[in-house]
Each structure stands twice: as structure tokens, then as C-alpha cells.
Design a protein around this ligand. Structure first.
Ligand SMILES: *Cc1c(COP(=O)(O)O)cnc(C)c1O
Length: 337
């Protein structure tokens, strides 16, 4: 039986058309700045999101790290969500490699970091304290699209305190599609933005960091320090360009399918706390039944992620069609501990 893989939107296979675009890509040595396809991708995303320049990196983790190290010096501090990727899931890279201290802030239910908490965490200029330099937000956060009014208010607060803003926009386009806004309406409030092409956009590899010319020049240096650039990376950039052309509007289908998946689970006795945001569905199964639940889902050939809050996450993506959603709903409803 074919597996229905709902663990993450990173599991997508490049489509035949994407592979075709990759095979046709014109390439050069990108460390010399000579790969025309990489240059086209960087230019195109920078313009689309309203920035001067952009840089292709192998992963979102490296893009965020290079951004943090470009904004902050040794002994500086960034304010970040307690459950943000850039705090929790990046190996502590900013502290390990950048000597940058994170100041975590507890998320509100909607994924925002309360403005009073941000303001309260900004340190006075005093040798006792790290220098607070940057606010780092994530959008979408656990599937939630942050309200644009919130981003505007956070921007006003940060400017008042001389802080820069970085957006971990791994799923920026999910937020833009959900809010039915141009992505630029979200990114306008930030000094830098990272975008993942290997999530819902369906490319095999690649993240792009956007920012000012000066910031991207710094980030290019840090990319070298963090392991270096890639050479004929146009093969990867071609996949990202293909995704920009063909895989953004279709994210709405993922969101609709996620809503249908959530709808199909309401009222099922063994499944609690069903919630859905953009392409993600969260459910809770009683911890005592989790082992049996996992075995049941494996037998039905449905993969999902355990270990979130609520404890199970399912992510809808390019390789999940309506029949896959039906099969997942049937398997979940059939669970009888
Ligand atoms: C996936 C992800 C990243 C980057 O992850 P990589 O696997 O390194 O590309 C960053 N932030 C968020 C919110 C993510 O989901």
C-alpha cells in the first residue's frame, strides 16, 4: 500500500515538471556569482518581497543563522518565541556559532509574541546586560498566520527601541495565501526574511534570505563561514523558480484539504482538541493510548508526527490528494483503543 505521509510538508517529491525545469537549468559557479539561474531566483524573490538583495542557502536553518549573525554581534541578544524554530529547533546555532543570546518569550495562543512582553524584555544599555538588537518572528507559526496589524504594531515598537526585525518565513506563502494578501504586505515590516522552498513549495532543497544589500553582503560571508556556498546551484534554483510559478496559489488546496481533514475528525471520541491552521491539523490522543494509536496508523499506512502540543501534528502538502485525506480520516476514525 502507498503511504500517506502527513509528518511534514518537507516530504514532497519534486514533480516531473520541476525535474524537467531542473534538468534544463543554465548554470555557472555561484561562489563566483556566475550562476544565471541562482541570480534570477535571488533577484526575483528580492523584488517580489520588496528587498534590495537576496541569497540562496541550502537550508532554512542556515538562512536564519546567517541572518541572526548578520544582525547581531557577539554579546548581542535577539528576542524570539519560546517555541520558535530559531530558538528551539536550530541546535542553538546562534549561541554556539554567533555568541548571540536568545531571550525567549512565551507565545500567545494565536502565535504572536505579546507586545508588552517584547517591550519588557528589551534590556537597558548597561554593562550588566546583553545588547538587545533584534526581534525574530515566525510566520506561519504552527500553521497560524500572524495578523498583519500585529506585525505593524511590532514594527512600530521595534523602531521606537532601535531593534531590527527578522522573519522566519519558512511558510511565508502559506500565510500570504491564507490571508489573501501579497506576501510583500507581510514582509514590508521586516529588515530580513528567510523563505523555505523545501516545505509546501515542493522543491527538494533551498532557502532564500532577503534583506538590504549590506545585510546580504554580511550573510554571504557568514554562509561561507557556516560551510560555504554551492557551485552549480542553478539546478536547485530552477526548482525554486518553478515553485514560484506553479506552487504558490495551489497552497490554498492544501489549506482546504487540511480543513476537511479536521472536519472529518470532529466528534470522534478517541480524538480530542482538533484544531486546524493553514496546512496543519493538530489533534490529541490520550497519552496512555499513543503506542496503540501509532501501531494502528502504521497498519493503515498513514504517517504522522507525535510530540507536539496537542500531541499529534498532520501536515497537508503537494503529494496529498483528496483520496489521501479520505484514507487518513477513515484510519483515524477507526482507531479503537
Ligand atoms: C523547516 C523550518 C525552518 C528551516 O528548516 P530547514 O529544514 O533547515 O530548511 C525554519 N523555520 C521553520 C518555522 C521551519 O518550519
Amino acid at each position: 500500500m502507498n503511504w500517506i505521509d502527513l509528518r511534514s510538508d518537507t516530504v514532497t517529491q519534486p514533480t516531473p515538471a520541476m525535474r524537467e525545469a531542473m534538468a534544463r537549468a543554465e548554470v555557472g559557479d555561484d561562489v563566483y556569482g556566475e550562476d544565471p539561474t541562482v541570480n534570477a531566483l535571488q533577484r526575483r524573490l528580492a523584488v517580489k518581497l520588496g528587498f534590495e538583495d537576496a541569497l540562496l542557502l541550502p537550508s532554512g536553518t542556515q538562512a536564519n543563522l546567517c541572518a541572526l549573525m548578520s544582525h547581531c554581534q557577539r554579546g548581542d541578544e535577539y528576542l524570539v518565541g519560546m517555541q520558535a524554530h530559531t530558538y528551539q529547533y536550530e541546535g542553538g546555532g546562534a549561541a554556539v556559532l554567533g555568541s548571540i543570546q536568545p531571550q525567549p518569550i512565551v507565545h500567545a495562543e494565536d502565535g504572536t509574541l505579546p507586545l508588552e512582553a517584547i517591550e519588557g524584555a528589551i534590556k537597558p544599555l548597561d554593562p550588566h546586560f546583553a545588547r538587545t538588537r533584534l526581534l525574530c518572528l515566525e510566520n506561519t507559526w504552527h500553521g497560524r498566520a500572524l495578523p498583519v496589524e500585529y506585525l505593524r504594531d511590532a514594527h512600530i515598537l521595534c523602531k521606537r527601541h532601535g531593534l531590527a526585525m527578522h522573519l522566519d518565513g519558512a511558510r511565508l506563502f502559506n500565510a500570504a495565501v491564507a490571508l489573501d494578501l501579497p506576501a510583500r504586505d507581510i514582509t514590508q515590516y521586516f529588515d530580513s526574511v528567510s523563505v523555505c522552498f523545501s516545505k509546501g513549495l515542493g522543491a527538494p532543497v533551498g532557502s532564500v534570505l532577503c534583506g538590504s544589500k549590506a545585510l546580504i553582503e554580511q550573510a554571504r560571508r557568514w554562509r561561507k563561514v557556516c560551510g560555504g556556498g554551492m557551485r552549480q546551484a542553478g539546478i536547485l534554483a530552477a526548482a525554486c523558480l518553478h515553485a514560484l510559478d506553479h506552487h504558490i496559489e495551489r497552497l490554498a488546496q492544501d489549506h482546504a484539504r487540511a480543513a476537511r481533514l479536521a472536519e472529518g475528525l470532529r466528534g470522534v471520541a478517541t480524538i480530542e482538541h482538533v484544531s486546524q491552521h493553514t496546512n496543519m491539523v493538530f489533534i490529541e490522543v490520550a497519552p496512555a493510548h499513543l503506542g496503540a494509536f501509532k501501531a494502528h496508523m502504521d497498519a493503515a499506512a498513514v504517517k504522522l508526527s507525535i510530540g507536539y502540543v496537542p500531541n499529534i501534528r498532520m501536515v497537508v502538502h503537494l503529494d496529498i490528494d483528496d483520496a489521501g485525506i479520505d484514507r487518513a480520516i477513515a484510519a483515524l476514525r477507526a482507531f479503537a483503543p
